[in-house]
Ligand binder design. Structure first.
Ligand SMILES: *[C@@H]1O[C@H](CO)[C@@H](O)[C@H](O)[C@H]1NC(C)=O
Ligand SMILES: *[C@@H]1O[C@H](CO)[C@@H](O)[C@H](O)[C@H]1NC(C)=O
Ligand SMILES: *[C@@H]1O[C@H](CO)[C@@H](O)[C@H](O)[C@H]1NC(C)=O
Ligand SMILES: *[C@@H]1O[C@H](CO)[C@@H](O)[C@H](O)[C@H]1NC(C)=O
Ligand SMILES: *[C@@H]1O[C@H](CO)[C@@H](O)[C@H](O)[C@H]1NC(C)=O
Length: 354
């Protein structure tokens, strides 16, 4: 009798322990480490049935002939991502607001989210509110009271017109009041920090008490992220808001980075790199971003999409965007859908799984 009990217990332990290991592995799983795999069930939606897609991102409609770039799913090494479940998402987020704040890469991700929601429940009613003054657009899925907003903010910190000209102020952020309404915030800024010449929307950079004609842009970006973090620490109610930073979305204009030195852009790329690591260097802004995020006391989740997006040399509009070769933004359907799947997997991570 005693023998049997013991051996039963042993059996139970034998059965349990591999399970426990799986659970532990799942908890440690780095969602951002993995590779792209072909998945015939992709894309998550057909752009022709999603009227939110702007011309800029609508590569198929702009004549892009190849389709294989639509068929890749991100597969983390240690676990699998939950597939986006639109009806469940809408139900869980009843009455809530998700807000994307940043430049056109934020707009890219915001539109992807609208398409993912709409395609999973095409009958869900919505209204749009465009506020030109606040530079913000909100779609409300009225049956659920779910708001999905985009607030256009190139640098997060302030640009102020002064007597000397337009001054980018690394230390002040006065535009954040709108953000307080949101339950989920997804921020991003980087691409405009490298702008120079006619499209640079400032004349000077103010850092502390000093005004510069120019300075190292990566350093300036890092300081702005610290200022943004100070704003979060001073203003956000933790029990209401979850904060994400989109990370650094990479561009592909130099084929040397991915082993095709003759390529001057992403034009003609039809499949991703199927490796785990990108042969080229990591964008310097990423290291600076990670360092700046460490100065923030409130929890901020980095949507660390740089590496997985670096592998997507095929994911940009190239000539099938607004006409100029665009290897910075992403086609929709496409890579930003994966950013949102990751967001979806992280939004509810500290809640009970139902
Ligand atoms: C991204 O790639 C760099 C360089 O290969 C590596 O150091 C870093 O750990 C990677 N990050 C993730 C999240 O995989
Ligand atoms: C999207 O749907 C249209 C119309 O049904 C179809 O012609 C087109 O091939 C689809 N696009 C993709 C990328 O599957
Ligand atoms: C539209 O959005 C703006 C900015 O968020 C807000 O001030 C305004 O009240 C909204 N209008 C409606 C009708 O909801
Ligand atoms: C969140 O915390 C603040 C400050 O501690 C408190 O005043 C507020 O009532 C809390 N809100 C909720 C929804 O719990
Ligand atoms: C591309 O990258 C390589 C390696 O970093 C560099 O030597 C080269 O100058 C770059 N080419 C252009 C056109 O920027």
């Amino acid at each position: 009798m005693e023998m049997r009990l013991k051996s039963n217990l042993y059996m139970v332990l034998m059965i349990l322990s591999p399970l426990m290991e799986v659970e532990a592995a799942a908890m440690e799983c780095d969602l951002f480490e993995g590779n792209w795999v072909l998945d015939e069930s992709y894309p998550l939606y057909n752009e022709s049935s999603c009227s939110f897609v702007e011309k800029e991102f609508n590569c198929v409609n702009n004549g892009r002939p190849d389709r294989s770039y639509l068929k890749f799913r991100w597969q983390p090494h240690g676990c699998s991502l939950s597939r986006f479940d639109g009806p469940k998402f809408l139900e869980k987020l009843k009455g809530k607001t998700i807000m994307y704040v940043g430049d056109s890469l934020s707009r890219n991700q915001w539109i992807s989210m609208l398409c993912m929601i709409h395609s999973s429940l095409p009958t869900a009613n919505y209204v749009v509110n465009i506020s030109a003054i606040q530079d913000m657009t909100t779609y409300t899925f009225t049956d659920f009271g779910l708001k999905v907003s985009y607030h256009h903010s190139l640098y997060l910190v302030d640009i102020v017109k002064q007597r000397i000209g337009r001054v980018l102020k690394l230390d002040t952020l006065t535009n954040g009041k709108l953000w307080l309404e949101a339950d989920y915030l997804v921020f991003n800024t980087w691409h405009w920090w490298n702008r120079r010449g006619a499209s640079q929307p400032f004349d000077y950079i103010e850092d502390g008490s000093r005004i510069y004609k120019d300075m190292d842009r990566v350093v300036a970006f890092g300081k702005a992220v610290v200022t943004w973090g100070r704003w979060l620490d001073a203003n956000l109610l933790l029990n209401k808001t979850k904060v994400f930073f989109q990370g650094i979305s990479p561009s592909h204009y130099n084929g040397t980075d991915w082993g095709e030195p003759k390529a001057k852009s992403c034009s003609g790329q039809q499949v991703p790199l199927l490796t785990t690591t990108y042969p080229g260097a990591s964008p310097p802004a990423l290291a600076v971003l990670k360092k700046s995020l460490q100065t923030i006391k409130k929890p901020v989740t980095l949507l660390d999409i740089t590496n997985l997006s670096l592998l997507r040399i095929d994911g940009h509009p190239s000539a099938y965007g607004l006409g100029v070769v665009d290897c910075s933004h992403w086609c929709l359907a496409g890579v930003p859908d994966t950013w949102n799947v990751l967001l979806y997997n992280l939004m509810f991570q500290d809640e009970e799984v139902s």
